[in-house]
Design a protein around this ligand. Sequence first.
Ligand code: CTP
Length: 463
Amino acid sequence: MLSGRRILLVIGGGVAAYKALDLIRRLKERGAAVRCVMTAGAQEFVTPLSAAALSQEKVFTDLFSLTDEADIGHIRLSRESDLVVVAPATADLMAKAASGLANDLASNILLATDKPVLMAPAMNPRMWAHPATRRNLATLAADGVLFVGPNAGSMAERGESGVGRMAEPLEIVAAVEAALAGGAKPPAPSVAWRDVIYQGAEAALAGGAKPPAPSVAWRDVIYQGAGPAPPPAPGRLPPQGPLAGMRVLVTSGPTHEPIDPVRYIANRSSGRQGHAIAAAAAQAGARVTLVSGPVNLPDPPGVRVVKVETAREMLQAVEAALPADAAVFTAAVADWRVAGAAGEKIKKTADGAPPALALVENPDILAAVSQMASGRPKLVVGFAAETEKVLEHAKAKLARKGCDWIVANDVSPESGVMGGERNTVHLVTAEGVEDWPTMNKDEVARRLVARIADALARAGAGA
Ligand code: CTP
């Protein structure tokens, strides 16, 4: 439920703008207050009057409207919300937000907001696949912007299909709920910018601050005097980041093991840690396949997601996704499944006797990959979820499964890890144990990915 939550909905100028009207309705149904901002492009597709009627609020369209600025400025618009949702997020709006442009009300809000931002991109598949959009996506994701969709399907343009359709309104609602429940953070100013702001211009000048230097890439273009570079293959980020050119496989979430067609055995894993690792690896430039059990999370941007239900399906998907340079097994795989799950719903019997469920062991995916005779990833990382004797069990698991590292965490009920935001982990390797401070799951993911990049670089260098 979203009762009492305030959503600032920025409607961009695309055909999918009509779905934003349904989104307003769905958010309102769940008790949210929705205030809309429409770009000039959006008003070509839907009218501010429709958005106002559905949201029962004034709709804001103009940066320089004196009455609006006197009445409620763009800073207040975003401050008075819990979450800024951009739907549809057009290629143009994403580009503006990624570069910090602010020449209309929508882009001003995105630059000025101190609230988390969730974008639902929608555009033609070629625009979505273009390296410029990929770069903007990576920049926005690194700034902390959340994404839902786009989905694959047919486009408004006749005969075109591919990835670019805006997520459906109910998918966006689920992402809004997840963002608000997960305590998403606003895009934070980077340390460098904080320094400039805090020190002030005089201090910067006194300290002999240097003008911004052109990057190597730009210098090359300038010196070589070359014409435009050949366009990279559509849909690929030009290799950037410490994992550029590497393939990373991640498993995430729980598995569901059927008892009959309507019941299953599951566990409390939310998938947040595994999804965060996949997102961080993609941001570091890796080609990432995420094999995920059933979770209530949006797909991480720039990641190939393979959705499975059972442990056996997960093993198959993992095998199909290999080879990889590194594999991280974060999934809480069910250790057992029901032998001979019933084909029909199991009914209560007249004598009231409960059915006996015979369990059989599931394949151990981490052990299977760790012990592959050929094609084993250079680095195999397991997680150990323990409720007691955390390090002792983790060390035993490292040896038993044959993986390179174990990330051990305490999942006792009092730790709040299962389904929670924060994690306290220990990295167990052949060299010893590192205790990491308590961090949120995104930070754990970024730190682990940095360690993986470092280990792969050493392995590549033959160290
Ligand atoms: N794992 C796996 N396949 C399984 C069970 C576990 O790939 N069938 C992986 C998990 O993804 C995790 C690691 O093995 O990386 C340890 O999982 P955990 O549940 O802590 O350990 P188990 O092997 O199930 O051992 P136990 O239940 O005895 O603690």
